[in-house]
Design a protein around this ligand. Structure first.
Ligand code: HEM
Length: 438
């Protein structure tokens, strides 16, 4: 098959060359490069590498790029500081020539990592893009969904009865959040399989620092197809006057353009299940590996709300965020220059010993578990945090109450993503149901 020169040049400039550089630095043992290349050099446990970054100081320089930090206070402050903007694709290289090549060869497809995606837009544009959907995600607006999350959870768990073993990612941790978000957006539930395939392809662009040419190309194709799919969905909402979708109001009453609506719909769909799926999967692993914590939760089911905060703190999916300084800023004595990028190791902030006592201990009763920044902070703080919390609590509590003997039946397999760190497979034996045990 002929290689499309434009796309290849874009990949080579923005991803291919950084990929070679990162591989070299990773081979020399640089901890940040090792974290950024976990898709091709898997590491069993990310946290020792994050500690190596922390050991270098509250902020440490990254050659030609800027800085990296795992310091909770600094990360929190940067995320809330309007002198730092979100990172764009053009920031992938400090060199003007590379930026020019990237701009000239950018694939002509809406991309969640490019404006006008809310995720990478800055105020005041960001406010305009977020406002039309923000009221659909308040805890109050979501209250009515609680019963529906219970129904879907029960349906999925009943479907698992009778299987001695299963892959919990395929059968449960993806199915629950996706079923909820498709319903909220009035997307047909039958499209789940398609959406999972799209998310698998695009995660390689979004969650991996420098994807291979093959993965880049597959992601661009998937984004193109997804854009058409979203166009058809939005047209259906308009034509059929569907009123049970949180998008209906945006489609009919907001001043957003067609491209902005498609990107918003795509972001809600993707963000609405990919992250929650990963947290659910990693939570199951953490809980079964700490049976004493499950015993405590069985004795005190009221503790589940705090357990969810500890789960979010202990092993987050968004291990990495990044911001760019728009002016020179003194960050606790570190001279950040305008244009510097800063890698924010969110998973490291959540294990900062200055905030969390014994940070590597998984303790569902931890008093300040909620001080994590897994949902970010500042203007881009997660829109779906209340929804995610509800899904995690109901999804995990119901799972362990339904299958009290649930155990790992093999090694969980990780996806090699640093930005969306999670599981692709989670083999478990389910054991007897609670009804059978009691
Ligand atoms: C446990 C699950 C989740 C985690 C860990 C998570 C994490 C995050 C984080 C860290 C950000 C900020 C990204 C940045 O600053 O660069 C974010 C933004 C966002 N999240 Fe979530 N999220 C989760 C679930 C959800 C759900 C269920 C939705 C529902 C639709 C959602 C929708 C969004 C949206 C729309 C944004 C963009 C907000 C903005 O840029 O203003 N997320 N999320």
């Amino acid at each position: 098959m002929a290689v499309p020169v434009r796309e290849w040049s874009n990949w080579a400039a923005g991803y291919g060359v950084p990929r070679i550089m990162l591989n070299l630095q990773a081979r020399r043992g640089d901890p940040l490069s090792r974290l950024l290349t976990i898709d091709r050099n898997p590491v069993g446990d990310l946290y020792p590498l994050i500690e190596q970054v922390r050991d270098r100081g509250r902020m440490s320089p990254v050659e030609k790029v800027g800085w990296v930090t795992a310091d909770a206070r600094i990360i929190r402050e940067i995320l809330r500081d309007s002198r730092f903007r979100t990172i764009k694709v053009r920031d992938r290289s400090p060199f003007r020539i590379v930026k020019a090549i990237m701009a000239k060869t950018a694939p002509d497809v809406p991309n969640p990592l490019e404006p006008p995606s809310m995720l990478v837009s800055d105020p005041p544009e960001h406010t305009r893009l977020r406002h039309p959907v923000s009221r659909s995600f308040t805890p109050r607006a979501l209250g009515a969904l609680r019963g529906r999350i219970h129904e879907i959870t029960d349906e999925l768990l009943s479907g698992l009865e009778g299987s001695a073993r299963c892959d919990l990612v395929a059968e449960y941790t993806t199915q629950l959040p996706i079923a909820i978000i498709v319903e909220m957006l009035a997307v047909p539930r039958d499209d789940t399989r398609y959406l999972l395939a799209i998310s698998e392809a695009t995660t390689k662009l979004i969650g991996i620092s420098a994807p291979s040419w093959r993965d880049f190309r597959a992601a661009i194709h998937a984004l193109r197809d997804f854009d058409d799919y979203l166009g058809r969905h939005i047209e259906r909402l308009r034509r059929d006057d569907v009123d049970n979708s949180i998008l209906s109001d945006v489609v009919n009453n907001s001043d957003l353009t067609e491209v902005e609506i498609r990107l918003l719909a795509g972001l809600l769909l993707g963000a609405g299940f990919i992250t929650t799926t990963h947290v659910l999967g990693k939570a199951v692993v953490a809980l079964v590996r700490h049976p004493d914590q499950l015993v405590a939760l069985r004795a005190n089911p009221e503790g589940w709300a705090n357990a969810v905060e500890e789960i979010l703190r202990y092993d987050t999916t968004g291990q990495l965020a990044a911001r760019v300084a728009t002016e020179d800023v003194d960050v606790h004595g570190y001279p950040v220059k305008a244009g510097d990028s800063i890698f924010l190791l969110v998973g490291g902030a959540n294990r900062d010993p200055g905030v969390f006592e014994h940070p590597n201990t998984f303790d569902v009763a931890r008093a300040n578990a909620r001080d994590h920044i897994t949902f970010s902070t500042g203007v881009h703080s997660c829109l779906g945090a209340a929804l995610a919390r509800m899904e995690l609590q109901i999804g995990l509590q119901s799972l362990f109450e339904h299958f009290p003997e649930l155990a790992l039946a093999g090694e969980p397999r990780f996806n090699g993503s640093i930005g969306l760190h999670g599981l692709t497979h989670l083999p478990v034996s389910l054991g007897a149901t609670r009804a059978a045990v009691s």
